[in-house]
Ligand binder design. Structure first.
Ligand SMILES: [Fe+2]
Length: 268
């Protein structure tokens, strides 16, 4: 057994993993990390400062790497996307304003995990905000749980969050392709634990028996945004955070007048 220890994040959102050095990762530890991800949805591994090779290898140990359909990768590491915020950037921050689950608008091959490493982290800003779909589901009234048992969400790449992507696309020279849209159940199960999957940044409609229910959509979006389900994670350089998109929603917080660089990998 390894010496890994965990402590839950605020509001029981995710878990910090301690006594783990990803530079000398052992096979048994990969299994442990996966189990912790299944249980908590997101893990925070502080100050690892991996080089790109080791970082990408850690990602590969969790599954198959996928290319993000919107962005280019690093030159020798095409699966590592660079998210860079410059002091002169004035637009709303990429991935900000709306909680979401990454790429929920794909029918097939939705990335299960998203991983970030802090490369350049500003002080006192640039947190990533997480909301637990596990905890949000648990706290729903029983009659709502019953009502949404077979409900479907329609998710679109042109959903409310899409405006935050445009500056990044303009810089990378990759233009938005056609609008992508997918339908998924809004309740998912991860290792026996039910989770709310509503990706507010991409959600267009909620349907119950083919009927659209706008009221329920608003109710659920307000629900997952409640403070009691939220943990605002403060980054340090070299931190690695991995989340399961089936059970965790996230968004970027606003950043002003500073540089912030993250390396991002998505995994099937
Ligand atoms: Fe995201």
């Amino acid at each position: 057994m390894s010496n890994i220890s965990i402590s839950p994040g605020k509001n029981n959102v995710g878990a910090y993993i301690k006594n783990l050095d990803l530079n000398i990762l052992e096979a048994a530890q990969i299994k442990e990390i996966k189990n912790i991800l299944d249980k908590y949805g997101v893990v925070f591994i502080k100050e690892q400062n991996l080089n790109s090779e080791t970082y990408q290898n850690f990602a590969k140990s969790l599954g198959q790497l996928v290319e993000y359909p919107r962005l280019k990768g690093l030159e020798n590491y095409p699966f590592i996307n660079v998210l860079e915020r410059k002091p002169t950037d004035k637009s709303v921050v990429f991935g900000g304003s709306f909680l979401h689950q990454d790429t929920s608008y794909l029918n097939k091959d939705r990335p299960r995990y998203t991983m970030l490493m802090g490369i350049e982290v500003p002080k006192n800003q640039g947190n990533t905000i997480f909301s637990s779909g596990f905890n949000a589901y648990k706290k729903l009234p029983e009659q709502i749980k019953e009502k949404i048992k077979f409900a479907k969400g329609i998710f679109s790449s042109a959903g409310p969050i899409s405006k935050t992507r445009r500056e990044l696309e303009a810089r990378s020279g990759i233009k938005s392709k056609e609008v992508m849209e997918a339908e998924h159940p809004i309740v998912h199960e991860v290792n026996g634990q039910k989770s709310l999957y509503i990706s507010p940044g991409h959600l267009m409609k909620i349907k119950i028996n083919e009927n659209e229910n706008e009221e329920l959509k608003k109710y659920l979006i307000d629900h997952v945004n409640k403070d009691e389900f939220i943990f605002s994670y403060e980054w340090k350089k070299g931190d690695i955070v991995v989340w399961d998109n089936l059970s965790i929603m996230h968004k970027a917080s606003e950043i002003k007048n500073c540089t912030r660089i993250m390396h991002r990998i998505t995994i099937k």
